[in-house]
Design a protein around this ligand. Structure first.
Ligand SMILES: [Cu+2]
Length: 484
């Protein structure tokens, strides 16, 4: 189906679903318009004029994350950064209580140029003290953001001004230096462009923040004590809710990856070989590049990858740890569905697979006997897998008793949610595409020129319905507003 631009504009929210053959729902569209308000600053920016004229780098697109606006004061770029509790929607309908900056998780992207003098007016609206560390950036010790050592803690309601000159370029980030609060989401990109673009030049420059979360069933607050993570996000969105990257066939692409968490993530790209061209310390000399299609992004590391997008397709970019490709994993809790010794219609302990003790006892609750909670030791639990008379309930082809005799069945589920995550960037994807993505998974859509223009037109028109600022444009912002 061809995209009918005028129809899309004229239909309005109420009838947009018809215009786009079921890919759209009023709810999805409304969400997207709302999202565009927040995200327009980071969308489609590679097509925008290069900020410093010829030879200057393209701006970075951090999908689903806004840019932090700045104002110029006597040659100083002045940013306002506010740490505060916020709401974050990992996938449609799953709103979590996390911490972030300026109403967002991850925090808005700071994007500047080597040689800039920056001033960051920081305000703490958290219920506890904090500081901001500029990860990898060579700043004077008083600006390093380490509590008690380089500066006093910034208490709730207090402010602190960071100010320094940038003499590096590359992919950096900012984050709190209170470790537990890192696990609640206090980080963001701090990208420093060189004055002249790196060679070979890229046409698209994307950024992805890797985060992981442990959210117990029926909770919205991440458990920062847990070592077992069940939500994995790219730019604050779990697959399939992360917005796909749009690339025109033949373009050269850079993707910057940063990681703060408890795990290292092997990020794998389908369809292409890439080179790692940068680390958290800046650009790697070309003589040290070598081909890869999986890059391990360790904790506290940044990795820039580059490739020529010379083959069309909707290509996956994802963490390859199997548990990091799923959403909302839990074990041994909740209403029992099927399988093994965990059965419906029985007592709480049997239902949850707990072999010892009471389900709500101090030693089992609230972790239900597993490491997701506050328990001090792993408890013996039954395995979810195994032959069961109930095994057919949740499975395609249910009722096939032969499956009941297959050890390990059931495992994977296939749950499409195309409509819930529909937005211009997902236009034209095959039916049920969304079921193939969970956790740290997204798509690099390498599109033939006509298809690319079609979708970019839709992206821009959705943006133009909003009053969002352009990338890097000074905006008299009210950054403390909660935008969810
Ligand atoms: Cu991972």
């Amino acid at each position: 189906m061809s995209l009918r631009r005028r129809n899309f504009l004229q239909t309005g929210i109420g009838t947009a679903a018809g215009a786009l053959a079921g890919l759209w729902t009023p709810r999805a569209l409304a969400q997207n318009v709302h999202g565009a308000t927040q995200d327009a600053g980071s969308r489609a920016s590679a097509d925008a004029p290069r900020p410093g004229g010829a030879g200057a780098p393209v701006t970075v697109t951090v999908l689903d994350v806004p840019k932090l606006p700045w104002e110029l004061d006597n040659g100083v770029k002045v940013f306002r950064l506010i740490a505060e509790p916020i709401k974050a929607e990992f996938v449609p309908g799953r709103v979590m209580d996390v911490w972030g900056y300026n109403g967002r998780n991850p925090g808005p992207t700071i994007e500047v140029t080597e040689g800039d003098h920056v001033r960051i007016l920081f305000e703490n609206r958290l219920p506890e003290p904090t500081t901001v560390h500029w990860h990898g950036i060579e700043v004077p010790i008083e600006m390093d953001g380490v509590p008690a050592i380089s500066q006093p803690l910034v208490g709730p309601g207090e402010r602190f001004t960071y100010e320094f000159t940038l003499h590096q370029n590359g992919t950096f980030f900012y984050h709190t230096h209170m470790p537990m609060a890192e696990m609640l989401g206090l980080l963001g990109f701090f990208i420093i462009h060189p004055k002249q673009a790196y060679r070979p030049v890229v046409h698209k420059d994307f950024g992805i923040v890797l985060q992981e979360w442990a959210v117990l069933p029926n909770n919205t607050v991440p458990n920062t004590l847990s070592m077992e993570f069940n939500w994995l996000t790219f730019n604050g969105k779990a697959g399939p809710a992360a917005t796909p990257m749009l690339v025109k066939l033949g373009e050269r692409v850079r993707i910057r990856l940063i990681n703060i968490g408890m795990d290292h993530h092997p990020i794998h790209l389908h369809g292409f070989q890439f080179r790692v061209t940068g680390t958290e310390a800046g650009r790697i000399p070309e003589s040290a590049w070598y081909p890869q299609n999986t890059v391990l992004v360790g904790v506290a590391q940044a990795r820039d990858i580059e490739f020529d997008a010379d083959r069309p397709g909707d290509w996956m970019l994802h963490c390859h740890l199997p548990h990091h490709m799923m959403n909302q994993m839990v074990s041994m809790v909740g209403p029992m569905a099927h399988s093994g010794p965990m059965q419906t219609g029985k007592g709480m302990e049997e239902g949850m697979g707990i072999m010892k003790g009471h389900a709500l006892s101090e030693e089992n609750a609230p972790g239900f006997g597993r490491g997701m909670g506050m328990t001090t030791a792993e408890k013996p639990t039954t395995s979810m897998v195994g032959p069961s008379p109930h095994a057919q309930h949740g499975a395609p082809g249910g009722g096939n008793t032969r499956k009941d005799r297959v050890p390990g069945f059931p495992q994977d589920m296939f749950m499409p949610m195309d409509e819930e995550v529909a937005k211009p960037e997902t236009f034209g994807l095959p039916k049920d595409w969304s079921a193939a993505l969970g956790g740290m998974m997204t798509l690099v859509r390498v599109l033939p020129p006509d298809k690319y223009e079609e979708i970019m037109t839709l992206v821009k028109e959705t943006e133009s319905d909003t009053t969002a600022a352009r990338p890097g444009a000074p905006e008299p912002s009210a950054p403390s507003v909660h935008r969810h």
